[in-house]
Design a protein around this ligand. Structure first.
Ligand code: PLP
Length: 463
């Protein structure tokens, strides 16, 4: 693959972006990314992004579900500027600061569960997951962790070890932590049992629950935690049957297992509730948040039952920069913006509208196998045949390429790298949403009509 060749296949001016893509390849380790097209970001505002060559885009990736309240929200800019006028940060490992305390108070309030909770902070979803595992193991005195196949939890040692979507032979290269057991997630559309989970959700749920319970028994009950995404994100927006999470709660209670709700991608309003788990009416023991929480600044929060969180001895939750004042201030401003601007309701309303539009596209394009999601977390599953449901990664990638040329940042994810990832900022204007949907429709048409050259696949690395 030679970047020089890109310009032959793209209708945009991309020379400046290309310069940075080439330098990035030269200096930044390739494992730090799954790149699509050479788009180097120059600036961003609201739901829009501009590249180094001045091209304008609507952002359907949102920096991987970070900018739920949009890029450079004025509330965040003000809050950060107020904070940096005082102190950038002082470590809460030794002294005290107000911003992380205020944030912890707010998080305790907006997380489900009528019990006393405590919070610990980090910088990324990955370390938030690690903190949750530490708490569950310390609390139960057990070591086993049940995670799900095709899950994504991050790349620190703990979180990577629970990440099912990274193939065992790839994870194996760095010797992940032991005592992690993977169970198949109840994917209604595509599962190894051939169950149609839309028609027979009960059968699917009981299959998965049965497997978990057998594993617990096989391990003689040595299971500290079950870690789950309420909607599997990187697996391609897999929405489980409504009964699954309530049944998981019952199973965790039966065996005294800590139920860890991993909301790094799904939280902070993306599904029309603060937390996706609320769509299923379940109260978990621990919630992990990051990404959108900081509104663009790095922060994670692990919020859990007091007795679980307090079973971890100091200094096992210490990071020098944990609860960083600038990030915590930005997080508080983010939560306020979600409330003040009614973004939960907005995500629900506009998300439903978008979902209906994509369902209509399913009638137009044979390669759309499934459309699913809640709120503004939507996946469009592209297949070679509706009957076999075989992944069609190449068609999905070509749609993304054409969408890029037409002014929309769109990428893929999913078990077969074949699912279009629809995750706009919750503040997106209605006309921007309509324009983005039009771009997707016309990009699909172009791909169906053979107007996107197969050669572009050489440049798209992706999932
Ligand atoms: C569901 C989920 N968990 C955890 C992570 C890891 O978060 P981070 O990359 O901030 O460490 C991600 C990131 O994509 C994610 O989507």
């Amino acid at each position: 693959m030679r970047w020089e060749d890109v310009e032959r296949y793209v209708s945009l001016k991309v020379s400046e972006s290309l310069r940075w893509a080439k330098e990035s390849d030269e200096y930044i380790a390739s494992a730090a990314g799954l790149k699509y097209y050479p788009l180097c970001v120059e600036k961003a505002e609201g739901a829009k992004v501009w590249d180094k060559d001045g091209n304008e885009y609507i952002d359907f990736l949102t920096s991987a579900c970070v900018y739920n309240i949009g890029h450079r929200h004025p509330k965040i800019l003000k809050a950060i500027s107020r904070q940096i006028d005082k102190v950038l940060n002082y470590t809460i490992a030794y002294l005290y600061e107000d911003a992380p305390v205020e944030l912890a108070k707010k998080l305790v309030k907006i997380t489900p569960g009528d019990f006393k909770k405590k919070v610990t902070f980090g910088f990324s979803g990955s370390d938030g997951v690690d903190s949750a595992i530490k708490a569950a193991r310390a609390f139960t005195g057990r070591k086993g962790i049940i995670a799900f196949k095709d899950s994504y939890h991050g790349t620190t040692y703990g979180s990577l070890s629970l990440t099912g979507i990274v193939k065992p032979e790839v994870r194996g290269k760095v010797y992940p932590i032991p005592d992690v057991y993977f169970i198949e997630y109840p994917d209604p559309y595509r599962n190894s049992w051939g169950i149609d989970g839309y028609k027979d959700p009960k059968e699917l749920v009981s299959k998965v629950l049965g497997e978990i319970e057998s594993k617990i028994n096989e391990l003689g009950g040595d299971v500290a935690a079950i870690v789950f995404e309420p909607i599997q994100g990187d697996a391609g927006v897999v929405v489980p049957p409504a009964d699954f999470i309530p049944e998981l709660r019952k199973l965790a209670d039966k065996y005294g297992i800590v139920l860890i709700d991993e909301e790094v991608q799904t939280g902070i309003g993306r599904t029309g509730k603060w937390w996706a788990v609320e769509n299923f009416g379940v109260v978990p023991d621990i919630i992990v948040s990051a990404k959108a929480l900081g509104g663009g600044m790095p922060i994670s929060a692990t919020i859990g039952k007091e007795e679980v969180m307090e079973s971890v001895p100091p200094p096992l939750f210490v990071f020098t920069h944990s609860g960083h004042a600038v990030s915590a201030t930005s997080a508080l401003a983010t939560l306020e913006a979600v409330e003040e601007e009614g973004l939960l309701e907005r995500a629900r309303r506009l998300g439903e509208r978008a979902l209906r539009e994509f369902e209509r596209m399913r009638d137009e394009f044979e390669f759309i196998g499934d459309v699913r999601g809640i709120g503004f977390l939507i996946g469009i599953d592209i297949v070679k045949s509706r009957e076999t449901k075989e992944f069609d990664r190449n068609t999905a990638l070509k749609i993304c390429w054409r969408a890029w040329e037409k002014g929309l940042i769109l990428v893929t994810f999913g078990k077969g790298g074949n699912v279009l990832r629809i995750a706009p900022p919750l503040i997106i204007k209605e006309e921007e949403l309509e324009r983005a949907i039009d771009i997707i429709r016309s990009s699909m048409k172009d791909v169906r009509d053979g107007k996107v050259n197969d050669e572009v696949l050489r440049f798209l690395r992706g999932w």
